[in-house]
Design a protein around this ligand. Structure first.
Ligand code: SF4
Ligand code: SF4
Length: 76
């Protein structure tokens, strides 16, 4: 039987995000990008996106590095 790979997803609180983009650099799956819409504080927050090829693994590296505790990780 094929080993099931880890899957997860994250939620980014766009109003807590200060646009440092450390999470974009750290994500091994490249699931995080920069939003084109400003938040209330005037930053372009990070946003989560995934495709069948690039699935979030729930590794939590993004949440660990975020200085503003704006990321919640869920393991599916
Ligand atoms: S690490 Fe946190 S504050 Fe920095 S861009 Fe990502 S979500 Fe925003
Ligand atoms: S949990 Fe891991 S794979 Fe998922 S978005 Fe964060 S850094 Fe990327």
């Amino acid at each position: 039987m094929a080993k099931k790979s880890a899957k997860g997803h994250i939620e980014i609180d766009r109003e807590l995000c200060k646009g440092c983009y450390l999470c974009i650099d750290v994500c091994p799956q490249k699931n995080i990008s920069k939003s084109s819409k400003l938040n209330q504080k005037g930053y372009y927050p990070a946003q989560f996106e995934q495709s069948e090829e690039n699935r979030c693994t729930g590794c939590a590296q993004c949440a660990t590095i975020c200085p503003d505790v704006a990321i919640e990780v869920y393991r599916d």
